[in-house]
Design a protein around this ligand. Structure first.
Ligand SMILES: *[C@@H]1O[C@H](CO)[C@@H](O)[C@H](O)[C@H]1NC(C)=O
Ligand SMILES: *[C@@H]1O[C@H](CO)[C@@H](O)[C@H](O)[C@H]1NC(C)=O
Ligand SMILES: *[C@@H]1O[C@H](CO)[C@@H](O)[C@H](O)[C@H]1NC(C)=O
Ligand SMILES: *[C@@H]1O[C@H](CO)[C@@H](O)[C@H](O)[C@H]1NC(C)=O
Ligand SMILES: *[C@@H]1O[C@H](CO)[C@@H](O)[C@H](O)[C@H]1NC(C)=O
Ligand SMILES: *[C@@H]1O[C@H](CO)[C@@H](O)[C@H](O)[C@H]1NC(C)=O
Length: 769
């Protein structure tokens, strides 16, 4: 402990040297500005490191370029603590986004930043590509430094504290269990600088009225975190220290201890935030967030016509059989747990994990069961501390990480119940499925594997990711097979060939483990970067082939949405740009919901066009630049919220509304909650009901302000996509519209995109979203 304490002293001194600590009794804004000044200093540190990277890339020396890349990583990982800040616009997306935040994954030209450079240098060893990606990164960082200097961005105390809490929980719930830097294996460096950034932004608040007990708790938690980090990386948290180990060399038990200390730290920062902002807006309790998430589950959309009903039904029937298989294979797991035989339980887990990973292809049609079976802690605001988190990954954690049979049994009970509900839907509720959902599911999963799963340890604690990818491919083949005879020969050959190629690849990656029946998997931690690169290529090839299939099938299956009111002004809903109409049903307003145009006219959603200037809650008007949904014929369930003032808002359950500076899913709003009306007035909800209505529309305004719909302030974000990711994602589109008046159908009509993304919480902080 003496050593750890010494490290804390070093770390605290290093941070203190950079933070101009405000005098005791500083205001919250002064504390915020001091923290932002610390980050502005880090941004100034970032610029020469990137210049050195560009220079190393130019010399053509790949090894030197990689070394310069790693050396350039630290400052932004400290600044990232403000990534959620609305005032920084799309900068985080341009600097630090991963491919899964983009519709086309790596194919998307808008994908930019550090991870693109990482890919170019480490996986592809392509220096000319790295030169271009580095140049784009430098431009974005230069803009960032301007925004941070003297807090030009206008970061508020609540935004600063929310950013700290969010990043601390993100490291605990997500980053520790995913390969934050897949190709460079430098995740420890990332974690360390995330911690330093949070602490640098937090420290000045200790002088701004933070109660002594909360300050002491935060100090203790940071000290313990620094010690936990030092146990994993003897080089410690000092800014200039180079991590002594690659993250892939850190075993599960050490990751668990680091995760644990991170949760304790995150909880202390959250408590400090609440103490500092008590008057402003209490943070939601984990339990509240969890229960309202269930209420936010989307309703199914009924489609009238489906020319591929038989093909769809055949795929769903195959999954119903897999679901029955899933129930059977969980039985030996329960028996092994009952007998207290943990090695047998782990073997039974591995053998029983496959069926759901096939069925997952259709997860969009049963979001509630998918969450109960397969959610990860990072889908919940407070990670593993969230009472609502459970499912197969909780079983995995209990078996492999915590060696806790009782916890495994409890989690298994939840899985069994959700699987039973799922089997009933697959067997008896054909209204949930259509050719459109089938193809959207196949497209989403075939992109999710290369864009996301491959660079996260899909099964961190069990190391079973190779099994997961294999089963995902089998699930895609099972859904696709019935459609094969109805595709053109070239497209069928392309899809068959790419599915065969995935299977052949597994013959080399996991030789000796039969594709159909093998259960003795090679550990994913043991795969090389080159092998992961080949997985990426195989699944992207499959994804592109499936896109060609979707273009042949889906327009006939469910007529593309007819253009809204004035077609000429509405490129956003071009059917060609968006052949797949997915039934996510979770994101919109009905056709009859109204907005106010500049000039005072009131129009229905169905008559609104791209370019129209609509009234926002802030009192101004902003042009619509995108419809992420515009489907006049869908029939869906909406939550109807009636206020004491006589306003009636209808929105899908997972659509956010601003409440007291936070975002709350419509399905989580209770009687008594005060909604915001025009001019910032509020009115209490007097009734919450469910109604069925026609049309699904979600317009986005250029300035991202909350829109007034039927007189009530509503966010354009939904629980389908975490607001931070959604904001990152929309940034480039917004810029394109602002610059060129150009709009896109990339997100319209139900792009499979939303399935890739972590789901947003039912309640999130940051009223500006
Ligand atoms: C390297 O990247 C450039 C630019 O993206 C591309 O044109 C070129 O084909 C790539 N080279 C190789 C060998 O893949
Ligand atoms: C930041 O504030 C300092 C002190 O007020 C001032 O001297 C400096 O010019 C400001 N810099 C920018 C870029 O606004
Ligand atoms: C996590 O921390 C708690 C309390 O600090 C402790 O009881 C628990 O054993 C720790 N778990 C792990 C896996 O380190
Ligand atoms: C489907 O419905 C039938 C008839 O009601 C019922 O017997 C069967 O158990 C249901 N299937 C599932 C998996 O619940
Ligand atoms: C293509 O794949 C489907 C589904 O696996 C299969 O039924 C069909 O026989 C294959 N066709 C060819 C020509 O390989
Ligand atoms: C890891 O790979 C090595 C050879 O590269 C092999 O000997 C070892 O068995 C593998 N371990 C696991 C867990 O797959």
């Amino acid at each position: 402990m003496a050593r750890a304490t010494a490290l804390v002293a070093v770390a605290a001194a290093a941070v203190a040297a950079a933070v101009a600590t405000p005098a005791a009794g500083a205001t919250l804004q002064e504390a915020t500005d001091a923290g932002v000044a610390f980050l502005a200093g880090r941004c100034a540190d970032q610029q020469p490191l990137l210049a050195a990277l560009a220079e190393a890339v130019d010399t053509g020396d790949a090894a030197a370029a990689r070394a310069a890349y790693v050396a350039s990583r630290p400052p932004y990982e400290e600044i990232e603590v403000l990534a959620t800040n609305a005032a920084l616009g799309d900068l985080d997306a341009r600097i630090d986004a991963r491919p899964y935040a983009f519709d086309g994954g790596e194919d998307d030209p808008a994908w930019a930043g550090f991870h693109r450079v990482e890919r170019d240098l480490y996986r592809d060893a392509n220096l000319s590509a790295a030169a271009a990606s580095t140049a784009a990164l430098i431009t974005a960082v230069d803009e960032l430094c301007v925004a941070l200097t003297n807090n030009t961005a206008g970061v508020t105390p609540a935004e600063s504290l929310d950013g700290q809490v969010a990043l601390a929980f993100e490291v605990a719930a997500k980053k520790v269990s995913s390969e934050e830097e897949t190709w460079s294996d430098a995740s420890l460096l990332i974690f360390k600088h995330n911690y330093r950034g949070i602490w640098g932004l937090f420290s000045p608040f200790k002088e701004a009225g933070l109660p002594a007990a909360a300050a002491a708790a935060a100090d203790d938690a940071y000290e313990a975190l620094v010690a936990a980090y030092a146990a994993v990386d003897p080089a410690g948290v000092a800014a200039e220290a180079v991590p002594a180990r690659p993250y892939s060399a850190v075993p599960v038990v050490e990751r668990a201890a680091l995760m644990n200390a991170t949760y304790v730290f995150a909880t202390a920062v959250r408590a400090a935030r609440e103490a500092l902002l008590a008057e402003a807006s209490p943070a939601p309790t984990p339990a509240a967030a969890a229960s309202s998430r269930v209420a936010g589950a989307a309703a199914a959309v009924v489609r009238v016509e489906d020319a591929y009903a038989d093909e769809t039904a055949a795929g769903v029937a195959a999954f119903a059989a897999q679901c029955a298989e899933q129930q059977r294979v969980l039985v030996p797991l329960r028996a092994a747990l009952a007998a207290g035989d943990m090695p047998a339980a782990r073997a039974a887990y591995a053998a029983g994990r496959g069926p759901y990973e096939q069925i997952e292809t259709l997860a969009a049609a049963f979001e509630e069961e998918d969450t109960a079976i397969d959610a990860r802690p990072d889908a919940f605001e407070f990670g593993e501390l969230d009472a609502g988190w459970g499912g197969i990954h909780a079983v995995e954690r209990s078996l492999y990480r915590d060696d806790d049979a009782a916890a495994a049994v409890a989690a298994l009970d939840g899985v069994d119940a959700a699987v039973a509900s799922l089997c009933a839907k697959l067997e008896n509720d054909s209204s949930l499925f259509s050719a459109a959902t089938t193809w959207a599911g196949m497209l989403a999963l075939s992109l999710e594997v290369p864009a996301k799963k491959i660079s996260s340890e899909e099964e961190t604690w069990s190391d079973l990711s190779l099994m997961i990818f294999r089963e995902n491919a089998k699930g895609i083949r099972a859904l696709y097979a019935p459609f094969a005879p109805r595709l053109s020969a070239p497209v069928r050959d392309a899809i068959n060939g790419s599915l065969d190629a995935v299977q052949a690849l597994w013959g080399t990656l996991d030789a000796g483990n039969d594709w159909a029946t093998g259960v003795d998997f090679r550990g994913y931690a043991n795969t090389t970067i080159a092998e992961r690169g080949s997985i990426h290529t195989a699944f992207m090839t499959l994804h592109r082939a499936l896109q060609r299939g979707a273009a042949e099938v889906v327009p006939a299956a469910s007529p593309a949405p007819s253009p809204v009111a004035s077609p000429a002004a509405s490129p956003a809903v071009s059917p060609a740009a968006s052949p797949v109409a997915a039934d996510d049903g979770g994101t919109c307003f009905p056709a009859g919901a109204t907005v106010e145009l500049e000039g005072g006219a009131t129009v229905a959603m169905a008559a609104l066009s791209v370019g129209d200037r609509v009234r926002t809650a802030a009192g101004g008007y902003s042009p619509v630049y995108l419809f992420s949904h515009a489907d006049p014929s869908a029939v869906s369930a909406f939550v109807q919220l009636t206020t004491a003032s006589g306003h009636t808002l209808r929105a899908t359950a997972s659509h956010y509304v601003p409440v007291c500076g936070r975002l709350v899913a419509a399905g989580a709003v209770a009687v008594g909650t005060r909604l915001t009306l025009a001019g910032g007035r509020t009115s209490a909800v007097t009734a919450v009901t469910t109604v069925v209505d026609t049309g699904l529309y979600n317009p986005h305004t250029l300035d991202g302000e909350a829109l007034l719909v039927d007189g009530v302030a509503t966010s354009t974000y939904t629980t389908s996509v975490a607001p931070r990711v959604a904001a990152a994602l929309l940034g480039p589109l917004r810029a394109a519209y602002a610059v060129a008046g150009w709009s896109t159908g990339a997100l319209s009509g139900g792009s499979p995109l939303w399935r890739l993304l972590p789901h947003g919480s039912a309640v999130v902080g940051g009223g500006d979203l």
